[in-house]
Design a protein around this ligand. Structure first.
Ligand SMILES: C[S@@+](CC[C@H](N)C(=O)[O-])C[C@H]1O[C@@H](n2cnc3c(N)ncnc32)[C@H](O)[C@@H]1O
Length: 294
């Protein structure tokens, strides 16, 4: 595993590129509404700290299907612009379709790697942002240095990332319910390996940003709900689909016979049931809202 100081290689992020291009990107695009509902409060917390202003040029790192970029495009108006970069062509294609449908000609998108690729066309940007798109770099210092090089002196960085698994109980249902049933459990992941929880340690976030040349670094904790909405059957099916299409869910479906699989699914439904609210299923979640200045 590269240290935080190793230079990027031409093979940078090959595993994540494959994962987001072949599997996760198409999965997210298919479930765009589910993810946007789950992550709406987190996106609002991000925009509160970023405060994009009319006329500004903003870079959206790991823009996915473009939700944050489109919100920013509305705030900066035609005098400004937003440019999203993402590894997954399925995600970028959906982001472009959404910008076209919304008549947002000031939003442009690029299939690329924010760690190594030039981040034209609006350089230097007034700000760079990301909703959960910056935890997947194999060399975070190289990535945040590359992003900073595209931002003007005095420009802002604002992103959100997840705190640890214990503070995000929806992430750990799989470990509680599916993992004990597996015939061959996968090895425990390295907590700092590229992945959704790679920035769980706020000191690591501060170290990475400082080593990348950012200053005025602030890492603030927020607790927000993650919600699956709909009547009881819809919300349950949606939450269960998310669980069973996770890595552990796929391994369980491969390794377990149908009787054992039905038992673990029933146990998972029992846990989801305990999180019912009036209009669906809701879990606590905890994020870091991170800001810095170039
Ligand atoms: C968890 S998704 C978040 C997507 C989007 N920001 C949202 O909130 O809907 C993470 C995104 O980061 C992208 N990503 C991961 N590593 C990247 C990299 N090195 N360069 C550009 N995008 C990357 C993935 O392709 C994926 O679309």
């Amino acid at each position: 595993m590269p240290t935080e100081a190793t230079p990027s290689s031409p093979e940078a992020n090959a595993g994540q590129r494959r994962y987001w291009s072949e599997r996760a990107g198409p999965h997210w695009v298919e479930r765009q509404n589910v993810f946007d509902t789950m992550l709406a409060p987190h996106g609002r917390a991000l925009l509160d700290v970023l405060q994009p202003m009319r006329g500004e040029r903003v870079l959206d790192v790991g823009c996915g299907f473009g939700t944050t970029a489109l919100d920013v495009a509305r705030s900066v108006g035609d005098e400004g612009g937003v440019h999203g970069v993402d590894l997954s062509s399925a995600m970028v294609e959906r982001a472009r379709e959404r910008a076209d449908a919304a008549g947002l000609g000031n939003a442009t998108f690029q299939v690329g790697d924010a760690q190594v690729d030039p981040l034209a066309p609006h350089t230097p940007y007034d700000a760079a942002t990301s909703r959960f798109g910056v935890m997947f770099f194999d060399n975070p210092v190289a990535a945040f240095t590359n992003v900073r090089a595209a931002v003007r002196p005095g420009g802002r960085l604002g992103f959100v990332c997840w705190q640890g698994a214990a503070a995000n109980p929806f992430f750990t249902i799989g470990a509680r319910v599916l993992l004990p049933a597996l015939l061959e459990p996968p090895p425990s992941p390295d907590p700092s390996a590229p992945g959704p929880l790679a920035f769980a340690d706020p000191e690591r976030v501060r170290r990475v940003l400082a080593a990348s040349g950012w200053s005025d670094i602030a890492v603030d904790g927020r607790k927000l709900p993650v919600r699956f909405v709909g009547d009881s059957d819809v919300a349950m099916a949606t939450a269960l689909d998310q669980l069973m299409s996770s890595d552990l869910g796929r391994i369980a479906a491969r390794q377990l016979d149908s009787r054992r699989l039905a038992e673990v699914i029933e146990a998972a439904c029992g846990e989801l049931d305990q999180n019912r609210v009036d209009d669906g299923i809701q879990f606590d979640s905890a994020i870091w809202v991170v800001s810095a200045t170039n």
